[in-house]
Design a protein around this ligand. Structure first.
Ligand SMILES: Nc1ncnc2c1ncn2[C@@H]1O[C@H](COP(=O)(O)OP(=O)(O)OP(=O)(O)O)[C@@H](O)[C@H]1O
Ligand SMILES: [Mg+2]
Length: 508
């Protein structure tokens, strides 16, 4: 018998039953009549394209949003979840992608935040008990964490473990994870999977949202698919595979996932020689030709983003030369880089990319006013039209270009960033993990877009942690390891194994 199971719950009894849930945001019907059942002791994957309604459904479960219609049962008990506090009380813990920890507090303080054990004197907290109980929790799950460590010093993977411990301390019976692996390294991901399996063993119900369908196949017991706010399919993983899941998600086959590439590769457009930067880039040399897509592989922390930052003038290079179209560039800032015809699409849309409070259209056009011929005079109608056309080219799903950027689903925010650079007329474009957090359909659109840009004679550097997409679209693959370039391979003449080996193995 499993002691963590609630006394009344048989294994695989219904942990969660959301019935007939609908939710509208202004003109957007985010959810219509969704019924979702998830059982105890299972990992239940929730998948769907960007904007399908996954996060909205889970925010309703977490008491963040109120549904317009519908009801929720947890462990067979009907529940009203009007605040996040009520949801926690009912046994639901949500782990958001942007983790919700108090950075300056310790692991133990975070786990007990708001529920600190009382000390001997009134109005005091027993630190001793807090640390002891945290240690016990950590040991029970065999984690490697010190209760006294401040959270700000922990890597992302450990912060997630702290969130999970916080949920366990509150006796959660349902834990929701919304894209938990998108900023984890491969090692951290493997550990998270172990933890999730352990929680399942203990009889918890894990609702797992991810765009990485390989993960779903590896981890989930059951899969529910949302499309345009409706639950279109729910089935055991044993009956499903990736193509079937994709079919349910997009409602059609995606056979031309990667575009056909048969371009005449031109002369070198950009030559980077002996580039070094204070962020750890060491002596990196490569070129990218016109109409060429060069992929850049490497493990998290290998220095790929740092190469992009050094080229783009975010980090000052300490050595090296950048020649674009035969001219040596002197780049001191991103502004210089843009003026020289270099674009950088960054991976972190929240921190380095978008102003969430502004309308979507502004996020597309503002950095490009000069290019679209609006120096100091902005004509709103024209501005909206240009943004609408550009957004439509990559199928941004929005109520209108004037909608606030905040109201867009995560993946659609990523598309806004891409739209922005479509307007800028740059010859050399660096894409840093452009498909992170976007759905399969949108991924195919991004690949098509990279191909179109290459066809226009642009040179493209495509940084990605996903080897299949590098192999699907890149003409050459550069491999980074610890700030150094350790491989420069023609895609057709190499294998994923060779790339992984170069990325991971230290020479003796
Ligand atoms: N606070 C809000 N205000 C207005 N519209 C919203 C709000 N939150 C979500 N929406 C809209 O509801 C729809 C569903 O969004 P949701 O975030 O649930 O999608 P998702 O499936 O989580 O997508 P992603 O995979 O991109 O994270 C989208 O069209 C989104 O723009
Ligand atoms: Mg979401």
């Amino acid at each position: 018998m499993n002691s963590a199971l609630p006394a009344t719950a048989a294994p695989h009894s219904m942990a969660l039953h959301m019935k007939g849930i609908s939710k509208r945001f202004g003109p957007v019907q985010a959810l219509s009549d969704v019924t979702l059942c998830a059982r105890t002791g299972t990992v239940h994957a929730l998948v769907g394209e960007n904007g399908a309604g996954k996060s909205t459904l889970m925010k309703i479960l977490a008491g963040v949003y109120q549904p317009d219609t519908g009801s929720i049962e947890i462990q067979g008990q009907s529940q009203t979840l009007e605040t996040p506090g009520q949801a926690i009380e009912a046994g639901v813990s949500m782990i958001y992608q942007e983790l919700d920890l108090a950075e300056h507090l310790t692991v133990a303080e975070n786990i007990f935040l708001g529920a600190e054990p009382k000390g001997a004197l009134p109005f005091t907290v027993s630190h001793h008990q807090m640390v002891a109980q945290t240690r016990e929790l950590i040991q029970r799950y065999d984690f490697d964490l010190d209760p006294a460590t401040r959270v700000e010093t922990l890597p992302t993977g450990d912060c997630q473990i702290v969130e999970i411990l916080k949920a366990l301390r509150r006796n959660a019976s349902i834990i929701v994870m919304d894209e938990p692996t998108s900023s984890l390294s491969e090692r951290e991901t493997a550990r998270l999977f172990d933890v999730v399996r352990q929680l399942r063993e203990q009889g918890l119900c894990i609702i797992y949202i991810s765009h990485r369908l390989e993960e779903i196949v590896e981890l989930a017991d059951e899969v529910s698919v949302l499309r345009d706010g409706q639950l279109v399919h729910s089935e055991s993983i044993t009956e499903l595979d990736i193509p079937k899941i994709v079919h349910h998600m997009v409602g059609r086959e995606l056979d031309d996932f990667f575009p056909e590439r048969s371009l005449e590769i031109g002369r070198p457009l950009i030559q980077v020689s002996n580039l070094s930067s204070p962020a750890g880039v060491q002596d990196v040399t490569f070129d990218v030709r016109r109409s060429e897509i060069v992929g850049m592989a490497g493990l998290v922390g290998a220095g790929r983003t740092e190469v992009a930052r050094a080229i783009f003038g975010v980090d000052k290079k300490t050595a090296g030369q950048i020649v674009l179209d035969g001219h040596e560039l002197n780049i001191d800032s991103p502004r210089d880089a843009i003026a020289s015809g270099i674009a950088l699409l960054t991976e972190d849309r929240k921190r380095t990319g978008l102003c969430l409070q502004l309308p979507c259209s502004w996020n597309i056009t503002l950095p490009n006013l000069a290019e679209i011929g609006m120096g100091s005079l902005i004509k709103p109608a024209q501005e909206t039209r240009i943004a609408a056309e550009t957004g439509d080219r990559i199928a941004v799903k929005w109520a209108s270009p004037r909608a606030s950027t905040e109201s867009l689903s995560g993946g659609n925010q990523q598309k806004l960033l891409i739209a922005r650079w479509l307007l800028a007329n740059s010859d050399f474009m660096i894409f840093d993990e452009p498909t992170r957090g976007i759905d399969v359909g949108a991924k195919a659109e991004v690949y098509g877009l990279l191909n179109t840009l290459a066809e226009q004679g642009k040179a493209i550097l495509f940084i990605s942690s996903e080897l299949p997409e590098l192999f699907g679209i890149a003409d050459r693959i550069l491999v980074m390891r610890r700030g150094k370039l350790v491989g420069n391979l023609v895609t057709k003449e190499t294998t994923p194994e060779e790339v992984m080996h170069l990325a991971a193995v230290e020479e003796g």
